[in-house]
Design a protein around this ligand. Structure first.
Ligand code: GDP
Length: 193
Protein backbone atom coordinates (compact mmCIF):
# COMPACT_ATOMS: atom_id res chain seq x y z
CA UNK A 1 0.00 0.00 0.00
CA UNK A 2 1.26 3.46 -0.96
CA UNK A 3 0.13 6.82 0.28
CA UNK A 4 0.50 10.46 -0.74
CA UNK A 5 -0.31 12.99 1.98
CA UNK A 6 -1.28 16.63 1.47
CA UNK A 7 -0.56 19.09 4.25
CA UNK A 8 -0.69 22.85 4.57
CA UNK A 9 -1.69 25.80 6.65
CA UNK A 10 -5.42 26.41 6.50
CA UNK A 11 -6.62 28.48 3.56
CA UNK A 12 -3.56 27.89 1.35
CA UNK A 13 -5.79 26.25 -1.24
CA UNK A 14 -5.14 22.60 -0.42
CA UNK A 15 -8.70 21.49 -1.12
CA UNK A 16 -8.79 23.40 -4.39
CA UNK A 17 -5.52 21.77 -5.41
CA UNK A 18 -6.64 18.27 -4.52
CA UNK A 19 -9.81 18.73 -6.48
CA UNK A 20 -7.75 19.79 -9.50
CA UNK A 21 -5.34 16.92 -9.18
CA UNK A 22 -7.62 14.04 -8.42
CA UNK A 23 -10.78 15.40 -9.96
CA UNK A 24 -12.96 14.19 -7.18
CA UNK A 25 -15.22 16.13 -4.97
CA UNK A 26 -12.84 17.22 -2.28
CA UNK A 27 -14.62 19.21 0.35
CA UNK A 28 -13.77 22.83 -0.36
CA UNK A 29 -14.67 25.79 1.77
CA UNK A 30 -15.34 23.75 4.86
CA UNK A 31 -15.25 25.66 8.07
CA UNK A 32 -11.56 25.89 9.04
CA UNK A 33 -10.57 24.08 12.17
CA UNK A 34 -13.59 21.85 12.09
CA UNK A 35 -12.08 18.91 10.28
CA UNK A 36 -9.67 17.46 12.79
CA UNK A 37 -9.18 14.14 11.10
CA UNK A 38 -7.54 13.13 7.84
CA UNK A 39 -9.80 12.66 4.84
CA UNK A 40 -9.00 9.71 2.62
CA UNK A 41 -9.39 9.14 -1.09
CA UNK A 42 -8.65 5.78 -2.65
CA UNK A 43 -7.20 5.38 -6.16
CA UNK A 44 -6.61 1.76 -6.98
CA UNK A 45 -3.86 0.86 -4.56
CA UNK A 46 -2.94 4.49 -3.90
CA UNK A 47 -4.23 6.23 -0.83
CA UNK A 48 -4.45 10.02 -1.03
CA UNK A 49 -4.77 11.78 2.29
CA UNK A 50 -5.95 15.28 3.06
CA UNK A 51 -4.65 16.34 6.45
CA UNK A 52 -6.47 19.03 8.37
CA UNK A 53 -5.09 22.52 7.77
CA UNK A 54 -2.82 23.76 10.54
CA UNK A 55 -1.79 27.14 11.86
CA UNK A 56 -3.71 30.11 12.99
CA UNK A 57 -7.41 30.04 12.33
CA UNK A 58 -9.99 32.52 13.40
CA UNK A 59 -12.02 31.08 16.22
CA UNK A 60 -9.69 28.18 16.91
CA UNK A 61 -7.76 28.48 20.12
CA UNK A 62 -4.07 27.97 20.66
CA UNK A 63 -4.43 24.63 22.42
CA UNK A 64 -6.41 23.22 19.53
CA UNK A 65 -3.75 24.36 17.09
CA UNK A 66 -1.16 22.51 19.11
CA UNK A 67 -3.25 19.38 19.18
CA UNK A 68 -3.56 19.53 15.42
CA UNK A 69 0.17 19.85 14.98
CA UNK A 70 0.71 16.87 17.27
CA UNK A 71 -1.85 14.86 15.35
CA UNK A 72 -0.04 15.56 12.08
CA UNK A 73 3.35 14.69 13.54
CA UNK A 74 2.04 11.44 15.02
CA UNK A 75 0.30 10.54 11.78
CA UNK A 76 3.56 10.76 9.85
CA UNK A 77 5.46 8.83 12.51
CA UNK A 78 2.90 6.04 12.49
CA UNK A 79 2.51 5.76 8.74
CA UNK A 80 5.95 6.74 7.42
CA UNK A 81 6.75 3.35 5.83
CA UNK A 82 3.85 3.52 3.40
CA UNK A 83 4.05 7.24 2.64
CA UNK A 84 5.66 7.73 -0.75
CA UNK A 85 5.51 11.46 -0.74
CA UNK A 86 4.09 14.47 1.07
CA UNK A 87 2.85 17.53 -0.76
CA UNK A 88 3.23 20.59 1.43
CA UNK A 89 1.11 23.41 0.12
CA UNK A 90 2.20 26.97 0.90
CA UNK A 91 0.91 30.40 -0.09
CA UNK A 92 3.25 32.18 -2.50
CA UNK A 93 2.44 35.58 -1.15
CA UNK A 94 2.51 35.05 2.61
CA UNK A 95 4.90 32.15 3.19
CA UNK A 96 8.13 34.10 3.65
CA UNK A 97 6.40 36.79 5.66
CA UNK A 98 4.84 34.26 8.05
CA UNK A 99 8.15 32.44 8.46
CA UNK A 100 9.99 35.67 9.24
CA UNK A 101 7.35 36.75 11.73
CA UNK A 102 7.76 33.51 13.67
CA UNK A 103 11.54 33.71 13.44
CA UNK A 104 11.36 37.23 14.80
CA UNK A 105 9.54 35.95 17.85
CA UNK A 106 12.17 33.28 18.33
CA UNK A 107 9.76 30.52 17.43
CA UNK A 108 10.11 27.80 14.84
CA UNK A 109 7.59 28.38 12.06
CA UNK A 110 5.31 25.37 11.89
CA UNK A 111 5.73 25.03 8.14
CA UNK A 112 9.48 24.75 8.50
CA UNK A 113 9.20 22.48 11.50
CA UNK A 114 7.03 20.04 9.56
CA UNK A 115 9.24 20.31 6.51
CA UNK A 116 12.33 19.38 8.53
CA UNK A 117 10.44 16.69 10.40
CA UNK A 118 9.42 14.99 7.14
CA UNK A 119 13.00 15.11 5.94
CA UNK A 120 14.13 13.42 9.15
CA UNK A 121 11.57 10.68 8.55
CA UNK A 122 12.94 10.27 5.01
CA UNK A 123 9.60 11.19 3.50
CA UNK A 124 10.13 13.05 0.21
CA UNK A 125 8.41 16.42 0.24
CA UNK A 126 7.23 18.44 -2.71
CA UNK A 127 6.50 22.04 -1.76
CA UNK A 128 3.58 23.26 -3.85
CA UNK A 129 3.77 27.05 -3.93
CA UNK A 130 0.16 27.95 -4.57
CA UNK A 131 -1.62 31.14 -5.62
CA UNK A 132 1.18 32.12 -8.00
CA UNK A 133 -1.50 34.09 -9.85
CA UNK A 134 -1.27 36.62 -7.01
CA UNK A 135 2.36 37.40 -7.92
CA UNK A 136 3.39 39.72 -10.75
CA UNK A 137 5.35 37.94 -13.45
CA UNK A 138 8.42 40.09 -12.90
CA UNK A 139 8.46 39.15 -9.20
CA UNK A 140 7.87 35.43 -9.52
CA UNK A 141 11.52 34.34 -9.47
CA UNK A 142 12.31 36.57 -6.52
CA UNK A 143 9.37 35.26 -4.51
CA UNK A 144 10.32 31.66 -5.29
CA UNK A 145 13.99 32.28 -4.44
CA UNK A 146 12.89 33.70 -1.08
CA UNK A 147 10.84 30.61 -0.37
CA UNK A 148 13.64 28.27 -1.46
CA UNK A 149 16.06 30.07 0.82
CA UNK A 150 13.81 29.69 3.84
CA UNK A 151 13.42 25.99 3.11
CA UNK A 152 17.19 25.66 3.13
CA UNK A 153 17.63 25.37 -0.65
CA UNK A 154 20.18 27.76 -2.06
CA UNK A 155 18.72 29.93 -4.80
CA UNK A 156 17.98 29.99 -7.63
CA UNK A 157 14.82 28.04 -6.93
CA UNK A 158 14.94 26.67 -10.47
CA UNK A 159 17.73 24.37 -9.32
CA UNK A 160 15.15 22.68 -7.08
CA UNK A 161 12.33 22.07 -9.50
CA UNK A 162 12.04 18.49 -8.30
CA UNK A 163 11.05 19.82 -4.84
CA UNK A 164 9.43 23.16 -5.51
CA UNK A 165 6.37 23.36 -7.73
CA UNK A 166 4.87 26.80 -8.36
CA UNK A 167 1.16 26.35 -9.06
CA UNK A 168 -2.14 28.08 -9.26
CA UNK A 169 -4.75 25.61 -8.13
CA UNK A 170 -7.61 27.96 -8.77
CA UNK A 171 -6.56 28.48 -12.39
CA UNK A 172 -5.96 24.77 -12.87
CA UNK A 173 -2.30 25.46 -13.42
CA UNK A 174 -0.86 22.40 -11.70
CA UNK A 175 0.91 20.51 -14.49
CA UNK A 176 4.40 20.66 -13.06
CA UNK A 177 3.26 19.30 -9.71
CA UNK A 178 1.26 16.58 -11.43
CA UNK A 179 4.36 15.51 -13.33
CA UNK A 180 6.48 15.41 -10.19
CA UNK A 181 3.89 13.22 -8.48
CA UNK A 182 3.66 10.90 -11.47
CA UNK A 183 7.43 10.52 -11.53
CA UNK A 184 7.43 9.76 -7.83
CA UNK A 185 4.74 7.12 -8.20
CA UNK A 186 6.44 5.58 -11.21
CA UNK A 187 9.69 5.28 -9.30
CA UNK A 188 8.16 3.30 -6.45
CA UNK A 189 6.70 0.73 -8.82
CA UNK A 190 10.28 -0.06 -9.80
CA UNK A 191 12.09 -0.10 -6.49
CA UNK A 192 15.16 -1.60 -8.16
CA UNK A 193 15.82 1.62 -10.07
P1 GDP B 1 -7.70 25.03 2.19
O1 GDP B 1 -8.20 25.58 3.49
O2 GDP B 1 -6.22 25.00 2.16
O3 GDP B 1 -8.32 23.73 1.80
O4 GDP B 1 -8.08 26.12 1.08
P2 GDP B 1 -9.27 26.15 -0.01
O5 GDP B 1 -8.98 25.21 -1.14
O6 GDP B 1 -10.57 26.05 0.67
O7 GDP B 1 -9.02 27.64 -0.59
C1 GDP B 1 -8.96 28.76 0.26
C2 GDP B 1 -9.18 30.01 -0.57
O8 GDP B 1 -8.10 30.22 -1.46
C3 GDP B 1 -10.42 29.94 -1.45
O9 GDP B 1 -11.03 31.20 -1.46
C4 GDP B 1 -9.87 29.59 -2.82
O10 GDP B 1 -10.68 30.03 -3.87
C5 GDP B 1 -8.55 30.31 -2.80
N1 GDP B 1 -7.56 29.73 -3.71
C6 GDP B 1 -7.25 28.42 -3.85
N2 GDP B 1 -6.31 28.24 -4.80
C7 GDP B 1 -6.00 29.48 -5.28
C8 GDP B 1 -5.10 29.98 -6.28
O11 GDP B 1 -4.38 29.24 -6.95
N3 GDP B 1 -5.07 31.33 -6.47
C9 GDP B 1 -5.86 32.19 -5.76
N4 GDP B 1 -5.76 33.49 -6.03
N5 GDP B 1 -6.72 31.75 -4.82
C10 GDP B 1 -6.79 30.42 -4.57
Amino acid sequence: KHEVVFIGRSNVGKSTLMRQLIGLKVRVGKRPGVTQRPNYYQFGDLLVTDMPGYGYMKGVDYRKQHKLRDLIVKYFEDNAPRIVCAVQVVDAKSFSEVVDRWDGRGEVPIDLELFAFLRDLNIPVIVAVNKMDNIYDREKNMVLDDIALRLGFSPPWSGWMDRIAPISAKKGDVDHLRKLLKDKLRSIKRPDL
